[in-house]
Design a protein around this ligand. Structure first.
Ligand SMILES: Cc1cc2nc3c(=O)[nH]c(=O)nc-3n(C[C@H](O)[C@H](O)[C@H](O)COP(=O)(O)OP(=O)(O)OC[C@H]3O[C@@H](n4cnc5c(N)ncnc54)[C@H](O)[C@@H]3O)c2cc1C
Length: 431
């Protein structure tokens, strides 16, 4: 009997599941991977897109290229809802039935109900977010370059990153490199003292999850680079050009980036049964949804009963994608399923050019060799030789030539440009 297994989401977890299913299911079984994007995004290198260090195309690999000669089918489409009782998924361009479903839909930003955060901050989750933020940073430099009033120039060049986790810290250190290595040389109207980089972290410490010793190294590195780190600084309100901390202090900034929290995909939150505090579906040790043994949930979408505290990171998604594939095959054969057990694989955090902290079990080190290790590990994990060579070339060329810092699209959400465009249109209409 031909059975159809549908995998929702072509990220780390979903792709791992689709590739694993291909090896384990009978030839007549159908495997269909559905994803909103037709590529796999290598999120760990997103901060280097914002700093114009690497080309955005170099950190994505199309799903069709990854698939190669494998037989699984791919459909670029968006899942709108899941009808568990009827065993069907409603997509924007049709409905598909399934016998078994693997859900790997990833996550989105969590704003913790902070007033104005969603509307007034720059999101930092997708390739599009990173490219838009990159163009905005360059746009701010262009405006600041010819702004004679010092206070305005400084406001344009004040960048507040909300969230002192590895994403926020890697982003702010990349920005710091960008300003010292590129902007300082190319923008004659900007002085180094005009730029201010700020990290706002609600808890008493940044980089939760690494040892106190490495944390101290990381903090002193940030201080050396002039990056202001405010801990116990809970953002309570965001406006068009300001952020409010702990219900009182106001920081004026033309750019507030939100890297503070994640929440499971809305379709996952809508699933029946228990969810954890970030909205992940609580699934059993075999990653099955409560009451629906034919539905498996993985990666950022899942909180496995055996590993409720597993972080929302790529290695967890990849491991769970692999287990989901094996368990789908066992389930269809009526055999006992495997349990997922979380293994902490450590943490690598880049702190800009020439410096990183590495925490791999007992192996804990920081500095230049940690940075080389970070680079090698990320290059190795990139999917496809072509992408590995492209990123390696970007890194190498970046040591000799200036970064490619052209603004690629008309700046959006820029108060200055919007005003200028409006006046331009009116002037032309009046002629
Ligand atoms: C800026 C940033 C930096 C990060 N850095 C690191 C790092 O250094 N190390 C690390 O381990 N982890 C990092 N992560 C976390 C890591 O990317 C995630 O934990 C991982 O991608 C989760 O894998 P996943 O398969 O669950 O979801 P994802 O990889 O996010 O994949 C979800 C997929 O589902 C698709 N999708 C979503 N909604 C729909 C829908 N309605 N219909 C169809 N398709 C849909 C998406 O397009 C996407 O392809 C980072 C994340 C971000 C945002």
């Amino acid at each position: 009997m031909r059975r159809r297994v549908v995998v929702l989401g072509g990220g780390f977890g979903g792709l791992q599941a689709a590739v694993g299913l291909e090896r384990r299911l009978w030839r007549e079984d159908e495997i269909l991977l559905v994803s909103e994007q037709n590529f796999l995004l290598f999120t760990p290198l997103l901060p280097q897109i914002v700093s114009s260090k690497i080309n955005p195309r170099h950190i994505v690999q199309t799903i069709r290229d990854i698939r190669g000669k494998r037989r699984f089918a791919f459909r670029r489409d968006t899942a709108v809802s899941i009808d568990l009782a009827a065993r069907r998924v409603i997509l924007t361009s049709g409905v598909i039935d399934y016998d078994v479903l693997v859900i790997a839909l990833g996550s989105r930003s969590e704003y913790f109900g902070v007033s104005g955060a969603r509307e007034n901050t720059w999101d930092f989750k997708t390739l599009e977010d990173a490219v838009a933020l990159r163009d905005h940073v360059l746009d701010m430099c262009e405006h600041a370059d010819h702004t004679t009033e010092e206070a305005t120039r400084r406001e344009l060049l004040r960048f507040a990153v909300v969230g002192g986790g590895y994403t926020g810290v890697e982003l702010v250190t990349e920005l710091s490199d960008f300003f010292s290595q590129y902007v300082a040389r190319k923008y004659r109207g900007i002085r180094p003292g005009d730029v201010q980089l700020i990290v706002l972290e609600a808890t008493p410490e940044i980089l939760r999850g690494i040892s106190p010793r490495l944390k101290t190294h990381a903090l002193s590195r940030l201080n050396e680079r002039g990056i202001e780190v405010h801990t116990s600084a809970k953002v309570t309100r965001c406006g068009e050009d300001y952020v409010e901390i702990n219900g009182g202090q106001i920081i004026r900034s033309a750019t507030i980036v939100w890297a503070a929290g994640v929440r499971a995909n809305a379709l996952v939150e809508a699933l029946p049964g228990p969810h954890d505090r970030v909205g992940r579906a609580v699934v059993n040790s075999a990653l099955q949804l409560d009451g629906y043994p034919e539905v498996f949930v993985t990666g950022d979408s899942a909180a496995a009963a055996t590993a409720p505290e597993a972080p929302l990171v790529a290695p967890v998604a990849i491991a769970q994608g692999g287990i989901a594939a094996r368990n789908v095959a066992l389930f269809l054969r009526g055999e006992p399923l495997e349990s997922y057990a979380y293994k902490n694989r450590g943490m690598l955090v880049s702190l800009g050019m020439d410096y990183a902290v590495v925490s791999l079990g007992r192996l804990q080190f920081s500095g230049y060799f940690a940075w080389l290790f970070w680079n090698a590990a990320h290059l190795y994990k990139l999917v496809g030789l072509k992408k590995q060579l492209q990123v390696a070339m970007d890194w190498m060329l970046g040591t000799v030539f200036p970064r490619d810092a052209s603004i690629l699209r008309r700046p959006t959400q820029c108060k200055i440009c919007e005003g200028a465009v409006g006046r331009g249109f009116r002037a032309r209409a009046g002629k």
